[in-house]
Design a protein around this ligand. Structure first.
Ligand code: RP5
Length: 165
């Protein structure tokens, strides 16, 4: 897919989230899906967050992946503003309560405002899910996803097979 504009917006609450969120960018690159990557904080830059969410759809984005840790309000607040699907990535940003703060902040959304929450630090899965959303209407992406799944299937058990004498 060669688009000049990004289809997926990857946002995160802090520069410190990049180490985790990079995996979403990497897998989207693998699926040849254009994306943008930026820091938008629900607490430190609330106006920028609202503006980002308000303009996302009209700028051509189709999915937003939002990662945050601690009091992780970014995915939910963005989902409150946009009609685009929002995928939330809970990030383990401190050791105090093992990332449960991030998981529950993103997961426990009220009725009417869903966020598709992936596992703790699972930015790769967020990227795959974003590709699947895009692949539901884009044949080339769907084909790449099918090949990816086929490869996964073929690789299952190969490490153990290699150890057999
Ligand atoms: C959240 O607070 C961010 O998403 C990050 O995970 C966490 C810590 O941020 P920093 O203090 O490292 O900037 O808003």
């Amino acid at each position: 897919m060669t688009q000049s504009f990004p289809l997926v917006g990857i946002i995160m609450g802090s520069d410190s989230d990049l180490g985790i969120m990079r995996a979403a960018a990497d897998i989207l690159t693998q699926f040849d899906i254009s994306f943008e990557l930026t820091v938008v904080s629900a607490h430190r830059t609330p106006q920028r967050m609202a503006e980002y969410a308000e303009k996302a759809k009209s700028r051509g984005l189709q999915v937003i992946i939002a990662g945050a840790g601690g009091a992780a309000h970014l995915p939910g607040m963005v989902a409150a503003i946009t009609t685009l699907p929002v995928i939330g990535v809970p990030i383990k940003s401190s050791n105090s309560i093992d990332g449960w703060d991030s998981v529950l902040s993103i997961l426990q959304m009220p009725n009417g405002v869903p966020v598709a929450t992936v596992a703790l630090n699972a930015a790769k899965n967020a990227g795959i899910l974003a590709a699947q959303i895009i692949g539901s209407t884009h044949m080339q992406t769907a084909e790449k996803l099918a090949a990816y799944k086929q490869q996964m299937q073929e690789e299952v058990g190969t490490k153990i097979e290699g150890l057999k004498k």
